[in-house]
Ligand binder design. Structure first.
Ligand code: HEC
Length: 185
């Protein structure tokens, strides 16, 4: 009898711990890092200057909600505000989870989907540029104002990235680039 009670208590305690652990992820289970992007995608990053580009962000929003192409409606599962409307879809408002994904991982998942889930591959319907616009928009739900810095391997203030990006590719910021003679011409 005593032993049965002890076992019951252990079960109840165990469940309590389990629920507590799950609660930490905003009801989505324990937040675990995603798998690394495959080699093909590992070096793909947001085009220079886009993290702070409001026009691209707006295009990303229209794509995400199905306004640009009704066949591509991410919001039908992920919600217009990033709050999932279909079971199993990720909650993009969860910054703790989102910060574990590099921009390459987001891009890869959108391109190839997640096997054995409702998340299908979108690369036949979305150009690479459109996929990046969507990453830009999705980032806003949980990581507004941030951008992925491939060198630091972390999400940082978006403005610091576009400065670095512009320095690496002057063509992205013609207004600020002095009329230096392009090399090789
Ligand atoms: C039919 C429902 C559905 C639609 C439409 C949909 N998704 Fe998903 N998406 C899911 C589900 C379910 C998951 C969670 C998969 C899993 O378990 O990892 C997911 C996961 C994701 C992830 C995260 C993958 C990961 O590793 O956690 C990203 C990014 C994503 N979706 C982006 C998009 C984008 C962008 C679109 C529109 C082009 C889109 N989804 C359309 C259902 C959907």
């Amino acid at each position: 009898m005593k032993q049965a009670k002890a076992t019951q208590l252990a079960v109840v305690l165990g469940m309590g711990l389990f629920l507590a652990a799950c609660g930490g992820g905003g009801g989505e289970g324990v937040v675990v890092p995603p798998p690394a992007a495959p080699a093909e995608y590992a070096a793909s990053h947001m085009p220079a200057g886009w993290w702070t580009d409001a026009a691209k962000l707006e295009e990303g929003r229209k794509l995400f909600i199905g306004e640009t192409n009704p066949d591509v409606n991410c919001a039908s599962c992920h919600g217009k505000d990033g709050k999932p409307v279909k079971a199993g879809a990720r909650d993009f408002r969860n910054g703790d989870r989102m910060s574990l994904y590099s921009d390459s991982v987001w891009f890869w998942r959108i391109a190839e989907g997640v096997p054995n889930t409702k998340m299908k591959a979108w690369k036949s319907k979305l150009s690479e540029e459109d996929r990046w616009k969507i990453v830009l928009f999705e980032r806003n739900f949980g990581l507004a104002g941030k951008g992925w810095d491939p060198e630091k391997h972390a999400w940082v203030d978006a403005a610091s990235i576009s400065a670095a990006g512009a320095a690496a590719a002057p063509a992205a910021a013609p207004a600020e680039a002095p009329a230096a003679a392009p090399a090789g011409k």
